[in-house]
Ligand binder design. Sequence first.
Ligand code: AMP
Ligand code: GLY
Length: 426
Amino acid sequence: MKVLVIGSGGREHMIVKKLKQSNKVTDIYAAPGNGGIATEATCVPIQDDAIEELVQFAVENDINWTIVGPEIPLSKGIVNAFRSNNLKIFGPSKEAAIIEGSKDFAKAFMKQYDIPTAKYQTFTDVKAAINYIKQEGAPIVVKADGLAAGKGVVVAMTEEEAIEAVENMLLHNQFGDSGSRVVIEEFLDGKEFSLFAFVEGENVYPMIPARDHKRAFDGDKGPNTGGMGSYSPVPDLDPKHVAFTIEKILKPVAKGMVKEGHPYTGVLYGGLIVTKEGPKVIEFNARFGDPETQVVLPQLENDLIQVIEDVTSGKDPQLKWKDGFTIGTVVASKGYPGPYHKNVRLPELEDSSDVYVIHAGTKLMDDGGFVSTGGRVLLIGTTQETPEKAQQKIEEYLKRFDQTDDFFYRKDIGQSIEKPIIVASI
Ligand code: AMP
Ligand code: GLY
């Protein structure tokens, strides 16, 4: 089988690594891929949202399956385009990906199908939004309706911050069209977790829970980032909250999308928070999460392409999970999420039997070495019997980055941290 993976980050490198374990897969292509992916698959220089070119590539190269990593091509209709060319692709249609693409849609949908989430209202008018903020008081959360690369959420601790966020989005077009509508919602307090499921129509096959560390520095301090590491499973999570999430959140979403006439196919990502009243939805994503995928897939025993074939043909994929605890720590460029240097040479990297290396922002050089090309550069992961052992292995591996001043990483990934009060910077 020939498989094409769309995207260029750590999530896509993990998907490629997982596909390499399959004895059904003979050729793996990635568009556009990255330095690490280039050592394991054929990188094709086509951007992840150049849909026509991707269709053409898949037709010309007899690609049997395409797996989509990021949200933008999904929202732009890559799945619709592939399907209308009779190409197999795993991901939701443009109409189903709206569960991530529009927060207003997601909130209205949850209300209609009784899915627990924060109370909210949607606004396009600044005055009405400000009145609502004054009426509800702080803390309160302001969200751009559309896709904003994870930056469109402001958890405001004061009314002034919330008003500023609304003005930035509605008046100053901070996120362009994505912010021309805002959702203002109740602040929820509790610990967060992510739960992904493979979905086809009404069938939902949950994966194991994970937790992302979004803040830049140890102790959950510093600015929000795309994620500085993650771990899976989540020891402080009560199994009854996981069961509730599957039965009362993920399954009703799948059923609801069928009822809406837009059945969902692909990975559904639930971003959840365990409040005093139980789990509530913070957001849905229409794809695998990054960096959670880099700690969830290593524990999946099944062949990923077989899972996709089973799920999409209405069969239970019988997911099996390895025992153990997986930690993935991100190595980032010094300065990230602010400005940082690129093209910095990386130290020697090798996968060992204990530790795996996932590339997010790297380029492969002619001599086989790598240079950095992004804010998040690598993720170093390991699965061990206990969190302590996993932390120790990661710590040993990461020492090689201590000699340089060009990179940094968090030393506390894998420790369960109380949710901080965040004022997201935008
Ligand atoms: P998102 O970009 O949607 O993942 O949101 C970023 C972060 O904002 C989440 O991980 C939460 O920590 C926080 N957040 C979003 N919505 C809420 C809410 N209603 N209450 C409290 N925190 C929230
Ligand atoms: N880990 C958050 C996301 O993938 O959106």
